[in-house]
Design a protein around this ligand. Structure first.
Ligand SMILES: NC(=O)c1ccc[n+]([C@@H]2O[C@H](COP(=O)([O-])OP(=O)(O)OC[C@H]3O[C@@H](n4cnc5c(N)ncnc54)[C@H](O)[C@@H]3O)[C@@H](O)[C@H]2O)c1
Length: 362
């Protein structure tokens, strides 16, 4: 292996520690510097990591040591930070969604193409053993020809636990833009790109109340739909039904199920890297748990950045910008369809990302 890719992080909030822990143990990556609007937060975040510098955002962008900017800011700042990194001639890997709108995301991809730098984007959970084992089961024909899928995510809302949950209720947030990337990316990984969508959505409350941390009891405005449902018509003809809500106490529905002509598959929570994949075959009474047979075992957030670092020039990384854009267009179109009441055609296309084969000896 060559030199590790030098990483500069912008945004040192809640999710930062998960990335920092992954980067520390992956030889493909080295954390060099961080920046945040709140420098105290940045200093506190890197305390466990020796030798990591705290810079201003402008200082980080100008630092010639940094190869890739890892953008862990809130969704409203994703495009602005990505464009700064691209203007500085650096690759950028962004937390999801790539941008709050497809217009903004298209601007990022255009700028990157013109500058000759690359764009990657979360989620990378789909590169773990959960989604990848399910994908292999489908590709190996264990359920026959896939026909339909369901994807369900229901929680009371992130204001229950996040100390600064404002962004979850602002454009770029809501259950679809926040959690949808995991589910839609998993569905595209499992079943291929989407051609048409039809959606319906609702919003029950104008305000939410923060339930933890220093702002406990503070009310925040809700300007996005908090229950979104719809159907994705995949290019292959498979129909995926999506339910994403910040409106329910809990659900016992499987996160994702895929049904084929000869069997059904339960796919584990795409917000995590692993979990049991279960198969029921037509004519058999019992569910069988499949052994993990593909994907990165024991992975954490950042494994997609390592994949990005090792993808040869000219090839699209698995957690790449084209996939993230396709997923964003699907989600934005679902919301537009919910308001217009008509089915919408998805104009972007992306390849199904390369599978992650099991490491030798696994
Ligand atoms: N919290 C989670 O469990 C979680 C899980 C997966 C993904 N994510 C994603 O990670 C991203 C960050 O989420 P979070 O929970 O860490 O948010 P957060 O609010 O805790 O942290 C975001 C940080 O970015 C900084 N920031 C915002 N705008 C900036 C700018 N223009 N320049 C420099 N710094 C800026 C803020 O000061 C803050 O410290 C979001 O896109 C979110 O969807 C979060």
């Amino acid at each position: 292996m060559g030199q590790p890719m030098n990483v500069g992080v912008v945004g040192c909030g809640v999710i930062f520690a998960q990335y920092a822990q992954t980067i520390e143990r992956l030889p493909e990556l080295r954390l060099v510097a961080v920046a945040d609007l709140d420098p105290d937060r940045a200093r506190e975040a890197v305390r466990p990591y020796a030798g990591v510098e705290v810079l201003t955002v402008a200082g980080l962008m100008a630092d010639p040591r940094i190869d890739v900017v890892l953008n862990l800011t809130i969704p409203a700042a994703h495009a602005e930070i990505a464009l700064q990194a691209i203007a500085a001639g650096k690759d950028v890997y962004c937390e999801k969604p790539l941008a709050p709108t497809t217009d903004a995301a298209a601007g990022v991809l255009r700028a990157a193409a013109a500058a000759g730098v690359r764009v990657g984007c979360a989620p990378d959970t789909v590169l773990g053993t959960g989604t990848q084992t399910a994908r292999k089961a489908i590709d190996d024909g264990l359920i026959g020809r896939p026909v339909a899928a369901t994807a369900t995510m229901m929680t009371p809302g992130h204001e229950r636990w996040h100390p600064n949950p404002d962004f979850y209720y602002a454009p770029g947030g809501g259950p679809l833009m926040d959690m949808g990337p995991y589910y839609v990316t998993s569905l595209v990984t499992l079943l291929g790109p989407v051609r048409t969508v039809i959606g319906a959505a609702s919003r029950t409350r104008a305000k939410r109340t923060i339930a933890s941390g220093p702002r406990l009891g503070e009310e925040i405005p809700v300007t996005v739909d908090t229950y979104v449902t719809g159907v994705l018509v995949h290019e292959s003809g498979v129909l995926s039904t999506l339910v994403m809500g910040f409106e329910g106490a809990a659900t016992r529905a499987p996160n994702i199920e895929v049904h084929g002509e000869r069997g059904s598959l339960v796919v584990p929570d795409p917000n995590y890297f692993d979990g049991p994949v279960r198969l029921a075959k037509v004519g058999e009474d019992e569910w069988e748990t499949l052994p993990a047979s593909a994907g990165h075992p024991g992975a954490g957030r950042g494994v997609g950045l390592a994949d990005f670092a090792t993808t040869p020039a000219g090839r699209e990384p698995r957690a790449g910008g084209a996939l993230a854009y396709h997923v964003l267009e699907i989600m934005e179109s679902l919301l537009s369809s919910a308001h217009s009441g008509t089915a919408l055609t998805i104009t972007s296309m992306c390849e199904r990302p390369e599978p992650v084969t099991a490491p030798a000896g696994a």
